[in-house]
Design a protein around this ligand. Structure first.
Ligand code: WT7
Length: 650
């Protein structure tokens, strides 16, 4: 985050109160109602969460709401619950039975509607396919799919039988799949022949083939959904077509009674080492979190058409396209493709056509819309919208105002929702009928969230003093562990301050207690709302035979929030050329995936290091953003290095 943004946070004076109309209908309709419930949720979490959890269906009731032996929490002890039953079966036999659960639009314009009853049927059938492939409770299943309903069906089918899913974003590479298979020890991969993105076809099956061609590791079956009809190679005895498999089974599959703490999913995310962390989420607590936050923050009601634009491969797609909305019996819209295909107004066309009422997207997308121009928006009727949401990175006040006026017509509250893969659900956000908003602030903590800003000693700081964002009490949808690496779990989140969750973000609170998130404090970048570890990119770079050493930093970027800048030293006798620069970019794309493609590669004779050999990233960040070198350079080993790092063209 640039200092300009921090300053604009401090001077931001605009406050937007929820309209009377909105508040009157909303579940939480006033600040005092919010405060009262929040107080209760912090002082009597057992009482608060028991009441919320009781709205879901439990196959066996819990004996105790919370057991907290820091840093390990258990929620709804001894309770038995099934997520797919709560998202599907619970609505059957009610007026929601024939209501659209999923509205789907393909990039090419195809449309599908799946009612709760239809979705239930498809999920049961696919669950039976998984059983046929000997998937047992507790087994891991990798889902590497385009944005089609079958991705959601596969997730819910896993949930139904107690298999733990791990969705791998369709933009990740074969190597990323291989690493995730090896870390999760998955037994089945669910994929598609291909997917559509901005008019071109992405070869998903091909990537899976590459990931397991030399060594299938633990994978026994690959189930392939036919989406693009492109030719793919099918390995006999390993690869199976989705449509052929579901034709063999019936739709009778009772939901397994799962322990509340049973692992629902693992989702890999970047941290400050080269190896992604497998964030492990539970069943009961996670669902209670996703359900409750969706209910209060999006204030979902039966007549809503709710659209979250996130990909199913990110946690937002898990919690706020599938589990949260479906547990609430809502209608969730899923769009397969890009916002600018075939033209820049695709999103606005969709909103107009489906009469979308709630729209949840990311600041990086909003900044692109602004750049494309208002005329793409104003030619569409967006009057159905009643609530807007933002997630993924701090939203700059200018983008917030544009979102409010141009998309929301000045009438829709904006919920700027702060949370993380690790938190499972939204942690800091306005409640749209209760909490006045300020452009750029995620405002106040959700129920049960004890968030604070502390200094390096863990002491809470005063108003407008920057510090580290921590959460001081456990919450139901919190991560339970890092899959297979408890030591890292303790180290990454719980070691800096005892018993307190370290989010990894820098933030401040203003005099009204509102949170202003500034950005990551660790070596993690936020590129277009995607988390990318600098060391992941560094290890990708040094895996190239000509690279001796690499250091990766972020540079503020108007559209993407941050751009990836790489400083690379080459092995002796290797000449730096433009061709090589391109090769290295391609190499990183190949190793991690298009999301991590470097924006800038700068060749250097040496990297600035302290006398003890630590790369001075602070200096590199300044160099990358073209700023003057300020601050202490006394520990720098060789000052002459600095003058040579400046340009990308030498
Ligand atoms: C990081 C988590 C949570 C779903 C999407 C990203 C940043 C997220 C906000 C927001 C400021 C935000 C933080 C956080 N972030 N939402 N509303 N305001 N920053 O999930 O990949 O786990 O990334 O995204 O830096 O730590 P993720």
């Amino acid at each position: 985050m640039s200092s300009k943004n921090i300053e604009s946070h401090l001077v931001e004076k605009r406050v937007f109160k929820p309209s009377k109309q909105f508040s009157k209908k909303a579940r939480i309709g006033s600040m005092s109602a919010y405060k009262k419930l929040w107080e209760e949720s912090i002082k009597r979490p057992d009482k608060f969460w028991a009441r919320e959890a009781a709205e879901l269906c439990w196959q066996e009731p819990w004996k105790k709401v919370l057991e907290w032996k820091a840093p390990f929490a258990k929620w709804f002890i001894k309770g038995k619950i099934n997520v797919s039953e709560n998202c599907l079966d619970r609505h059957l036999g009610t007026a929601r039975q024939n209501k659209a659960a999923l509205l789907w639009e393909g990039e090419l314009g195809e449309k599908r509607t799946l009612t709760y009853q239809q979705l239930h049927r498809e999920v049961c059938r696919f669950a039976n396919v998984l059983k046929e492939h000997s998937v047992k409770k507790g087994d891991r299943v990798i889902i590497y799919m385009p944005m089609v309903p079958e991705a959601a069906i596969a997730m819910l089918a896993c949930a139904r039988i107690g298999a733990t899913h791990s969705v791998v974003f369709g933009g990740f590479s074969a190597e990323a799949i291989r690493d995730r298979i090896s870390d999760s020890q998955a037994v089945v991969v669910v994929t598609a022949d291909g997917g559509y993105r901005r008019g071109s076809v992405v070869g998903l099956k091909k990537n899976v083939d590459d990931a397991i061609k030399d060594d299938a590791q633990t994978i026994r079956s690959v189930i392939v959904f036919q989406r693009t009809n492109q030719p793919v190679s099918m390995t006999e005895g390993r690869d199976y077509w989705w449509h052929q498999e579901v034709a063999k089974v019936n739709a009778d599959c009772p939901p397994a009674a799962l322990d509340s703490e049973h692992p629902l999913f693992i989702l890999y995310t970047s941290g400050s080492t080269g190896k992604p962390k497998g964030i492990l989420h539970s069943t009961g607590g996670y669902l209670v979190g996703a359900y409750t936050t969706s209910k209060y923050i999006f204030d979902l009601r039966d007549e809503d058409v709710y659209w979250c634009t996130a990909d199913i491969g990110w946690v937002t797609g898990h919690s706020y396209m599938i589990y949260g909305p479906l547990a609430n019996g809502a209608t969730s819209l899923m769009y397969e493709g890009a916002p600018n295909f075939p033209e820049n107004d695709r999103f606005w066309k969709i909103i107009e056509e489906y009469r979308v009422t709630i729209f949840y997207t990311a600041p990086t997308a909003i900044r692109s819309f602004i750049k494309w121009g208002d005329h793409w928006v104003t030619k569409h009727d967006l009057s159905s919208l009643r609530l807007l949401g933002s997630v993924g990175e701090p939203i700059n006040p200018e983008a917030w105002m544009w979102y409010h006026n141009t998309i929301g017509g000045g009438r829709c509250p904006i919920v700027d929702t702060w949370w993380q893969t690790e938190t499972g659900g939204i942690m800091i956000s306005p409640l749209p009928g209760a909490i006045p908003t300020k452009p750029g602030s995620a405002t106040l903590p959700f129920f049960g969230v004890d968030a604070a800003i502390v200094d390096d000693n863990g002491k809470e700081v005063g108003p407008n003093v920057g510090g580290k964002l921590v959460i001081r009490k456990p919450w139901p949808s919190m991560l339970r562990n890092i899959h297979g690496d408890t030591a890292r779990y303790k180290e990454a989140y719980w070691s800096e301050f005892k018993g307190v969750y370290l989010a990894g973000d820098g933030a401040r609170r203003d005099k009204d207690g509102y949170f202003w998130i500034v950005g990551r404090i660790d070596d993690v970048l936020n590129v277009a709302g995607h988390r990318i570890g600098t060391s992941e990119v560094e290890s990708a770079l040094v895996s190239h035979p000509v690279v001796a050493e690499a250091a990766v930093v972020g540079r503020p970027d108007e559209l993407k929030g941050q751009a990836v800048v790489c400083f690379v030293t080459l092995k002796e006798d290797v000449t730096a050329t433009d061709q090589l620069r391109d090769d290295l970019k391609k190499h990183v794309r190949h190793v991690i995936g298009p999301v991590a493609t470097p924006d800038d590669i700068r060749f250097a004779e040496a990297l600035p290091k302290t006398r003890s050999g630590k790369i001075m990233r602070r200096l590199l960040k300044q160099v990358a953003s073209g700023g003057a070198i300020t601050g202490d350079t006394t520990t720098l080993e060789d000052l002459s290095i600095l003058s040579k790092l400046g340009s990308s063209e030498d």
